[in-house]
Design a protein around this ligand. Structure first.
Ligand SMILES: [Fe+2]
Length: 134
């Protein structure tokens, strides 16, 4: 059972963005499964570190494509939305570097914070700009 399963209320009614959110969920679920010892870790680093790094890279790619889209449709909340993205990336990167330094262990509580942030974000902020585009 994956940690997060896609439900229709996650949809922002844009196929490309929905697909990217599904992909993010897939990457997140892998981090979660490795951290919880459900899946073997697929890296030479610490447990789940490579999977987390991949998830962070994908998050950046996904945010920049959302930002391009918002610009294209002249979304008035663009700057604010971009700042929210940047703050989340900074948070993920801080977690990742703490793990690399060995000062921090990624645990289920932190995973829950990441998970809740993302689900809340796609259901609120992301719905705002896709509603604006229609
Ligand atoms: Fe977003």
């Amino acid at each position: 059972m994956p940690r997060i399963g896609w439900v229709d209320s996650f949809s922002v009614h844009d196929e490309k963005i929905d697909d990217q959110h599904k992909k993010w969920i897939e990457l997140y679920n892998r981090v979660h499964a490795q951290m919880m010892g459900i899946e073997p870790t697929d890296d030479y680093l610490g447990i789940g570190e490579a999977a987390l790094a991949e998830m962070i890279e994908y998050t950046k790619y996904h945010f920049s494509s959302e930002e391009d889209f918002m610009k294209m449709i002249d979304f008035p909340g663009y700057e604010e939305h971009r700042e929210i993205h940047q703050a989340f990336v900074r948070k993920l990167e801080a977690i990742s570097s703490q793990m690399q330094e060995g000062t921090h262990v990624l645990n289920s509580e932190i995973l829950k914070v990441i998970e809740d942030w993302f689900i809340d974000h796609i259901q609120k902020e992301d719905q705002n700009y896709t509603t604006h585009s229609r």
